[in-house]
Design a protein around this ligand. Structure first.
Ligand code: DOR
Ligand code: ZN
Length: 347
C-alpha cells in the first residue's frame, strides 16, 4: 500500500503547557491532530472550570490556523475538588474529563490525591454525570520498585475504585505493561487505556543500556521488551478500548539533560508517521484508523472528526527535530528508525 486516507487523528493525552512553550509546541499537534485531551498539570494546576476555560481560550488564541484544532479540557482532581465544580464543568461543556494524579507521582502532581477515600464522593458525582476519569496509574511509594508501580496501582488503588464505581468510565493513561493490557482486556466497556507512541517504540534498555538517554525517560518509565510487545500487539489489533494518547510532554533540553532530569518524551511532531510505520511493519495498516482516530472518540462518546489525512509513502525528514522556544531547545523524540510515510492534511 502506498497511500492511505484516514479520519484525522485525535490525541487523548497531551501536555501543551502555557505561555511561550504553548505557542512553540501547539503547531506540532495542530499539524496532524483534530482534537486533543489537554492535561491540567500546569503551575498552578487547572483545578477550576474558570481556569480550564481561560486555558482553553489561550490555546485557541495560540492556534496558527483558526478552527484547525479543538482542545478538550480536563480538570485536575484534588482532595478538595467540589462536586459542584464538576457539575458546572459538564453543564458549560468546558470539561471533557477529570485527571487523577497520585500526589508526587509525576511532573507537577504535588496537588494530587493521597487518600483515595477522600475522593469517593467526587467519583460518585462523576458516575452520575457520566464524566470520565483519566488516571496516572502509578503509586508514588518509595518502597515500591519503579518498574512495579503500575501494577501495584492497578491492584491497590484502581481495582477497589472500579469495584465500588463499576459504572464510572475510567481510562488508564499511558499503560506500559502486559499486566495493564490484560487488566483492560478483562475490564469491560467502562475501562479504556491510552498507549503512547514512545512506549510502542522503546523498552528500558533504550534508556539505560550503553549510557543514559534522558530523552527516552518518561513516566511511567518504559518497561521490558515483553511489555512493549504486548502494547504493540494490542495497539495494532485495533481493539476498541485502546487508543492513542501521546503524552507528548515538552521539557527544555537543559531540564532533561541534567543530574535530575525531567520525565517526558516530546512526540507531537512525528507520532503519526512513527505509528504508520509501526502499523505497516506489523502488517496492521488497516487498524491504524481505529487506534488513532476512532476508538477514543467512541469511548468518550464524541462524534468522529469530519476531516481526513492522507498518509503517503515518502519520507518525513522535513519534520522538525527540535523545537526552539526562547532560544532554548526541545528535542523531538527520535524513534531510531527511518520514517517512510509522510502526512498530508486534507480538509
Ligand atoms: O513523562 C511524563 N511527563 N509523564 C507524566 O506523567 C507527566 C509528563 C509531563 O508533564 O512532563
Ligand atoms: Zn502525561
Amino acid at each position: 500500500m502506498n497511500s492511505l486516507q484516514i479520519i484525522k487523528p485525535d490525541d487523548w493525552h497531551l501536555h501543551l503547557r502555557d505561555g511561550e512553550i504553548l505557542k512553540a509546541v501547539l503547531p506540532e499537534s495542530e499539524r496532524h491532530f483534530a482534537r486533543a485531551l489537554i492535561m491540567p498539570n500546569l503551575i498552578p494546576p487547572v483545578t477550576t472550570v474558570k481556569q480550564a476555560s481561560k486555558y482553553r481560550e489561550s490555546i485557541i488564541k495560540a492556534l496558527t490556523e483558526k478552527d484547525s484544532f479543538q482542545p478538550l479540557m480536563t480538570l485536575y482532581l484534588t482532595e478538595d475538588t467540589k462536586p459542584s465544580e464538576l457539575k458546572l464543568g459538564v453543564q458549560t461543556g468546558i470539561i471533557t474529563a477529570v485527571k487523577l494524579y497520585p500526589a508526587g507521582a509525576t511532573t507537577n502532581s504535588q496537588s494530587g490525591v493521597k487518600d483515595y477515600k477522600k475522593i469517593y464522593p467526587i467519583l460518585e458525582t462523576m458516575t452520575d454525570l457520566g464524566l470520565p476519569l483519566c488516571v496516572h496509574g502509578e503509586v508514588n511509594n518509595d518502597s515500591i520498585d519503579i518498574f512495579d508501580r503500575e501494577l501495584v496501582f492497578i491492584e491497590t488503588v484502581l481495582d477497589p475504585i472500579r469495584q465500588r464505581f463499576p459504572k464510572l468510565k475510567i481510562i488508564i493513561e499511558h499503560i506500559t505493561t502486559k499486566s495493564a493490557v490484560d487488566y483492560v482486556n478483562e475490564g469491560g466497556k467502562n475501562l479504556g487505556a491510552t498507549i503512547t507512541t514512545h512506549h510502542l517504540v522503546i523498552n528500558r534498555n533504550n534508556i539505560l543500556a550503553g549510557g543514559i538517554r534522558p530523552h527516552y525517560y518518561c513516566l511511567p518509565v518504559a518497561k521490558r521488551e515483553p511489555d512493549r510487545l504486548a502494547l504493540l500487539e494490542t495497539a495494532t489489533s485495533g481493539k476498541e478500548n485502546f487508543f492513542l494518547g501521546t503524552d507528548s510532554a515538552p521539557h527544555f533540553d537543559t531540564q532533561k539533560e541534567s543530574a535530575c532530569g525531567c520525565a517526558g518524551c516530546f512526540t507531537a511532531t512525528n507520532s503519526i508517521p512513527i505509528l504508520t510505520q509501526i502499523f505497516e511493519d506489523n502488517s496492521a495498516l488497516e487498524n491504524l484508523e481505529n487506534f488513532v482516530s476512532k476508538n477514543g472518540a467512541i469511548f468518550y462518546g464524541l462524534k468522529q472528526n469530519k476531516s481526513y489525512i492522507t498518509l503517503k509513502k515518502g519520507n518525513s525528514n522535513n519534520l522538525p527535530q527540535n523545537i526552539i522556544c526562547d532560544k532554548k531547545n526541545i528535542t523531538v523524540f527520535d524513534p531510531g528508525f527511518e520514517l517512510n510515510w509522510e502526512v498530508q492534511t486534507t480538509f
